[in-house]
Design a protein around this ligand. Structure first.
Ligand code: ATP
Ligand code: MG
Length: 480
């Protein structure tokens, strides 16, 4: 990543630069706030890391100026004089995160990685632009939808925006749950406060609790500094609990308690902090079925389900495909620096007839590929047909998207508790191997020779593994 490092302490900056460059980042130094703000405006960075206390412009002012000029650019603040107030000020003012000096290099690198992963999602939305669906301005990603379902959803957002109740957003993967959550925040009376999004599925189980609730220094072995949890960071604003269906049972209990008592207590602390946080939650999972299966707490569900917004899958709102496509093509062409292709009528009809199991996200991916392949020429039916025949499969089994790290942790926890018989390790390795072959086979669209070649094993081995894990090759998806 391209990093801008603003710090008046040259020694500290150069030792940090060594660490960052060793992990493959490119670092541009700035020795004071003014210079940092100027560089941030002039050049394209992926991330800014700035000191808090500096002569001239301080960290908070740097943050404000950068937020005004480039709202999507994540900023991390570092401070040697830590107070909770300051940390909350910083995150409320829109800092992606803050770190207390001295910190461990791995800690900073982890934060940088998260910033990189979420930077693309942290875009402002504008509901007002949704009426004129095809006009997308440079910085806003408008919520598009001329279908009856989306229009009534937009009104529902307006009704719910200021209500002090949690909102549960349900819908298949890629239908726009996160965008709706952001719209609820931006149109509500907390819009000037922070919107904090937490992806419950992406954080390793062992870290979720301190991510959400925070911890005190020394609360556990790696707690080298106090950490303000996401709940506290969202104080007076909105906390978006994304993929809530993936929250482990142990954390579900604790979350329920925080929601009931409206108080949070950092791990390792005895002091409760009263919360004023709007809760939004989303999942693509079937929560009632999970309750039946005993994997999601019914009482937590009832805490969250006062207001439910259901996002219809794209295949049930065909009329949105045309305006979505034209907005996506414009944006993709601009982002890729390529000419924008036009869709011929038959090409659009094919897009409208496609089932889009991955919904808008899949539509985006496909159109992005069209922009690259079309070289600005009009796109006809044949090209779309070919594109759709190689559309990525998204009909994965429900647990395939659980991160590997989570799987390992789960198995290890079971093993530690003696719940796995002798042979726990081979079983774990089997799980990992199964994931490897499943994913490889999907990416190879069922071509076993490719899998063998990629993994450097014989075709006989591939066949054995597929047999063993019952991964019967499927043919690529066809148009209905
Ligand atoms: N109404 C809409 N108008 C324009 N773009 C949209 C709309 N809904 C979704 N998108 C775009 O589609 C993509 C997927 O949306 P989003 O991430 O909100 O979906 P999601 O439901 O959270 O998906 P997942 O379950 O995979 O997390 C994003 O790039 C988003 O900007
Ligand atoms: Mg999402």
């Amino acid at each position: 990543m391209q990093l801008l490092l603003i710090d008046d302490d040259d020694d500290f900056a150069s030792s940090l630069t060594v660490v960052l460059e060793a992990s493959g980042h490119e670092v541009t130094p700035a020795s004071d706030g003014d210079m940092g703000v100027r560089l941030a405006a002039e050049r394209d960075f992926d991330l800014v890391i700035t000191d808090f206390r500096m002569p001239g412009l301080g960290g908070l002012q740097v943050l404000e100026k950068i937020r005004a000029a480039k709202p999507r650019l994540p900023v991390i603040l570092m401070t040697a004089y830590s107070t909770t107030e300051r940390a909350i000020e910083a995150t409320k003012a829109g800092a992606f995160d803050y770190l207390m000096k001295p910190f461990d290099p791995p800690e900073l690198l982890a934060v940088i990685e998260r910033a990189g992963a979420t930077a693309t999602a942290a875009r402002p939305v504008s509901l007002k632009e949704s009426a004129s669906s095809s006009s997308s301005s440079a910085d806003h990603e408008p919520l598009i939808g001329r279908s009856r379902q989306m229009q009534s959803l937009f009104k529902e957002i307006g009704r719910l925006a200021d209500m002090p109740v949690p909102v549960l957003i349900l819908g298949e993967t890629g239908t726009g749950k996160e965008l709706i959550a952001r719209a609820l925040h931006q149109h509500g009376n907390r819009s000037s406060k922070s919107f904090i999004a937490v992806n419950c599925a992406a954080i390793p189980e062992s870290l979720i609790e301190s991510e959400l609730f925070g911890h005190e220094k020394g609360a556990f072995t790696h707690a080298v500094a106090r950490r303000i949890g996401r709940f506290e960071q969202a104080q007076d604003g909105t906390l978006f609990l994304d993929e809530i269906g993936d929250l482990p049972a142990s954390v579900q209990v604790k979350l329920l308690r925080v929601l009931q008592e409206r108080k949070v207590c950092r791990v390792g602390s005895t002091q409760d902090i009263t919360l004023n946080v709007r809760i939004l939650a989303a999942t693509h999972r079937d929560l009632p079925a999970m309750i039946q299966a005993g994997t999601f707490r019914e009482d937590l569900f009832y805490r969250l389900n006062t207001a439910i917004l259901r996002l219809p899958p794209l295949r049930e709102r065909m009329e949105d495909i045309a305006p979505l496509s034209s907005s996506i093509l414009t944006r993709a062409a601009r982002e890729l620096g390529l000419a924008q292709p036009t869709l011929q009528k038959e090409a659009l009809s094919l897009l409208e007839a496609h089932p889009w199991p991955g919904n808008i996200r899949e539509l985006e991916n496909s159109l992005r590929r069209l922009v690259i392949d079309s070289r600005g020429l009009p796109v006809g039916a044949a090209q779309v047909r070919q594109l759709l025949s190689q559309a990525p499969r998204t009909d994965l089994a429900p647990d395939r998207d659980v991160p590997l790290r989570r799987l390992v942790e789960k198995r290890l926890a079971e093993a530690r508790e003696g719940k796995l018989p002798a042979g726990a390790l081979p079983a774990l390795l089997d799980d990992l191997e199964q994931q490897l072959y499943t994913t490889a086979l999907e990416q190879a669209e069922g071509n076993q020779s490719s899998v063998a070649e990629w993994l450097g094993v014989s075709r006989v081995t591939v066949r054995e593994k597929l047999d063993r894990y019952q991964l019967l090759p499927k043919r690529p998806r066809r148009e209905p």
